[in-house]
Design a protein around this ligand. Sequence first.
Ligand code: ASP
Length: 326
Amino acid sequence: MSTRRNFLKLSAFTAGLFTINKSKAIENIARSNAKQIKPVVISTWSHGMAANEGAWKVLSSNGTALDAVEKGVMVTEDDLTNLSVGLGGLPDRDGHVTLDASIMDEKGRCAGVAFLERIKHPISVARMVMEKTPHVLMVGEGAQKFALDNGFKLESKELTPEADKAYKEWLKKSEYKPVINIENHDTIGMVALDAHGNLSGSCTTSGLAYKMHGRVGDSPIIGAGMYVDNEVGAACATGLGETVLKICGSYQVVEFMRQGLSPEEACKKTVERLIKKSPNYKDVQVGFLALNKNGEHGAYSLQKGFNYALYTPENGNKLFDAKSFI
Ligand code: ASP
């Protein structure tokens, strides 16, 4: 009995400590509110430059972060020369382009679509799932039917000439050996803070080139490829999705920021966590981006070669190299 009483006392004490720590961390983030940078948008890889321009049109006219992160990545989805996002993407090993995307707003509303074929803007389908259904994830034929029922058009199933050429070349050996930074870790992930001080995030990809038919990566999974907590910050991921899924990567970045870490430290600690859990980490590339409630940003990747585009009112739109573990 007395042991139980002690246990209860201890639990109450620990819970109290946790509440104090948690509110201290959030206070830390809020304290520098005076120098809050907004609006701001950050997105993965060099294709983030054009995507940021799309997002900035919304952000600079007082629009919402949610509209900005949708419109921003639609620019990349529209670009049929892009081999890793949208319908111009490299196919799976059976020759199908299958798309994954997710979106999340400041109210914690969110949704993803996965294994979606022949739809130009999976990010907008994800947004429609979020806004029009009680669901958080829709996949495959069901997601495509939902899109078509809601006014999306069925696009051709032909590969673009560039993707077709690359696929035919790959078929000669049919080996699955991703080459770091080349084959094919170029999802677009985007997080933004709008002029009203609200955060949102988006993520869209054709996934790993030559993946198995039916494979789904981290990008459409809330908390893995992207996550937003309007009290704290937002994060997104790119790279080998399987490794990001195993550690709920973007959620982990946000949770590290909640504990008071800067966005860059939070990305770095998450990469370190991923390394611990991935024995083959030397053959893997993963990069994280983060933005906190004050508009401070950070990035970190496992290997060299990850870059990101940052658009702020002071410095305009610029491409930066992320620091890396290796
Ligand atoms: N994360 C994506 C996936 O695993 C790949 C990428 O970032 O390009 O599907």
